[in-house]
Design a protein around this ligand. Structure first.
Ligand SMILES: Cc1cc2nc3c(=O)[nH]c(=O)nc-3n(C[C@H](O)[C@H](O)[C@H](O)COP(=O)(O)OP(=O)(O)OC[C@H]3O[C@@H](n4cnc5c(N)ncnc54)[C@H](O)[C@@H]3O)c2cc1C
Length: 548
């Protein structure tokens, strides 16, 4: 992973083969993609604070792990200090590092994690578990005023699928396994977890569980909270283990308490998760709807019907326009958005500026997929929509893990872009959408910048859905983070004021913690704080995240 941005070195977003993108970006946020880019600093230019690791703690950690797995280089410490939020990226580019870890440790097994945590607690230091480092909620950073030693515990060596109970469809997997690690090992035996967040390539099973992640196929496979059936967690002075049973009535769920705990309740070392046989057929189809209202109504109708697609996704008109702007000159969107189709849509009376692009995914046997397609086709047609075949869906499927690179590309050119997502009941969804767009536009006006906010519905449930907003604007004079805060806060406050949650799947960290009292009530905050202080009375585990 790059220390200053998303993904692997040498891979970057480019608009050279996307002729419509530069004019689109110029029009909507007044940023010139052809102007010279400002590259991030060289690593040597960063002002990295010296490690405060004591000789005693270093000796204790080396005694457990071997010296080669106790690393205090500047690069390791910087990489483990942050996630990948816009705030993280802007700060790292400005060498605003604050309290980075003093040391990074790389244990190989649960026994070593027990001994590391014992040593950390004995030294009254702080331990922060690290999975892939992809969170965007400020979940990894130590408090700026932390005076104790800070140890980052990287789970990357715990990356194995340990066992598969084929009769039950359950796999026991080590928590440090990244998406590709575990899908490859499961795939070799014909299984899949079915959890594919956009950050799949650089995020881990333990990180997904500790942040309550969702994947793009969660409509079929469930969010990670549904998928996780049992956990092992190393805590100060003890190890928590729950049983891999389908359902239990043993009081408040300890498993649920660990889900979303962001390292505050211990180090998740392994999980037993439900897995599925790889589907015989998988297809993602594209559809157009005449407008957002009818498209969202169709998604709701699908969720209330007998159809069980793996993906139900629809972009609003602004995100649809953005998708068209990122099309390559000769492939994909241009191909299916033919002049013949445009003529048909115009004949139907569509305003093409209001048109919304949807993707619906199907998985299973040939017969299952065929039946699902038929059910959905009828619902789409009842809502005025039209199918456009496999072309756009295949393109979306291929591009999905490349899209994250675009944020660094925009940042190099002076544009700030980020995301906020929520979920709300179907009855609240459209007012929430309207309020959020209105508040974001007011925030852009307050800053005096040209901004753009777009949205898609990414997951459907029986009672509601997740709305995922992306916003971007050209950074003005002065502190970019202060400007970002104006827009981000307006969007988050709109979620809370409109009966949504502060986050559907990006967790709380420090980014969203100030809205926790609004979201779960002050009584809820007190309960969560109480659990944290019982498990971790010394505040040695990732302090300051979720609630103080
Ligand atoms: C471009 C991009 C796209 C994204 N797309 C999605 C998406 O589609 N869906 C989604 O859900 N999220 C998405 N995210 C957010 C992020 O990928 C998730 O929050 C992910 O679950 C974090 O996993 P990680 O392994 O990177 O965790 P990290 O960032 O390493 O850690 C996150 C938190 O979990 C804790 N933690 C990590 N491992 C453990 C462990 N073993 N035990 C205890 N605590 C632990 C850490 O201490 C920290 O508090 C995206 C992020 C980016 C940058």
């Amino acid at each position: 992973m790059k220390w200053w941005g998303w993904g692997v070195d040498g891979v970057a977003f480019s608009h050279d083969d996307k002729p419509s993108l530069a004019p689109f970006v110029q029009k909507v946020i007044d940023v010139d993609l052809n102007a010279p880019a400002v590259a991030p600093l060289a690593f040597e230019e960063l002002d990295v604070p010296a490690s405060q690791l004591s000789e005693d703690l270093e000796k204790a950690l080396s005694g457990v792990l071997g010296a080669e797995y106790v690393v205090s280089t500047d690069l390791d410490r910087v990489v483990h200090a942050f996630g990948k939020s816009l705030r993280d990226l802007v700060r790292i580019r400005a060498s605003d590092l604050r309290r980075i870890p003093d040391v990074v440790v790389y244990p190989a097994n649960e026994e070593q994690i027990v001994a590391v945590l014992d040593a950390v607690v004995a030294a009254d230091a702080v331990l922060i578990p690290f999975g892939g480092g992809s969170n965007i909620a400020g979940s990894l950073e130590a408090p700026a005023d932390e005076t104790r030693q800070v140890v980052s515990l990287d789970l990357g060596r715990l990356n194995k699928v340990l066992a598969i109970d084929e009769e039950s469809g359950l796999a026991q997997i080590q928590a440090g396994a990244l998406g590709p690690d575990l899908e490859q090992q499961l795939g070799e035996r014909g299984w899949t977890l079915g959890h594919f967040p956009d950050s799949f390539t650089h995020s881990s099973l333990g990180g997904w569980i500790a942040t309550r992640s969702s994947g793009m196929q969660s409509d079929k496979y469930g969010d990670i909270a549904d998928i996780t059936k049992a956990l092992r967690v190393v805590q100060p002075g003890r190890t928590l283990a729950t049983r891999a049973v389908p359902v239990t009535s043993t009081g408040p769920s300890v498993r649920e308490m660990i889900l979303g705990s962001e390292g505050r309740l211990g180090v998740i070392t392994e999980a037993t998760v439900q897995v599925h046989r790889k589907p015989a057929k998988r297809v993602v189809l594209g559809y157009f709807f005449p407008d957002w209202k009818r498209g969202v109504a169709a998604m709701r109708a699908i969720s209330a019907s007998d159809a069980t697609p793996s993906i139900t996704r629809i972009s609003d008109a602004r995100e649809t326009a953005f998708s068209f702007a990122t099309r390559k000159s000769s492939k994909g969107f241009s191909k299916f958005m033919s002049s013949a189709l445009i003529a048909v849509l115009k004949k139907r009376g569509w305003d093409l500026d209001q048109m919304c692009l949807s993707f619906i995914g199907y998985e299973g046997s040939e017969e299952h997929v065929a039946r699902q397609r038929k059910l959905v086709k009828k619902i789409v047609s009842d809502h005025g929509g039209i199918g456009v075949g496999e072309g756009p869906g295949a393109l979306y499927d291929q591009k999905k893990f490349d899209t994250p690179y675009i944020r660094d590309f925009l940042l190099d050119r002076g544009a700030l872009a980020d995301v906020s997502e929520t979920s709300a009941a179907w009855s609240k969804l459209m007012p929430l959408y309207d309020t959020t767009v209105e508040r974001a536009n007011k925030a852009f006006a307050q800053l005096g910048v040209k901004g753009y906010i777009m949205c898609h519905l990414s997951h459907s449930y029986h009672s509601g859905a997740c709305l995922y907003f992306t916003f971007a604007f050209k950074a003005g004079e002065g502190d970019p983070i202060a400007q970002y805060d104006v827009v981000k806060s307006a969007v988050q406050q709109s979620f809370i004021d409109s009966a949504g949650t502060l986050s559907h799947h990006h967790a709380v960290g420090t980014e969203h913690s100030r809205w926790m009292g609004d979201d779960i009530s002050e009584a809820g905050v007190q309960m969560v704080s109480g659990i944290f202080s019982v498990v971790d009375p010394g505040r040695n585990l990732n302090p300051g995240k979720i609630v103080d």
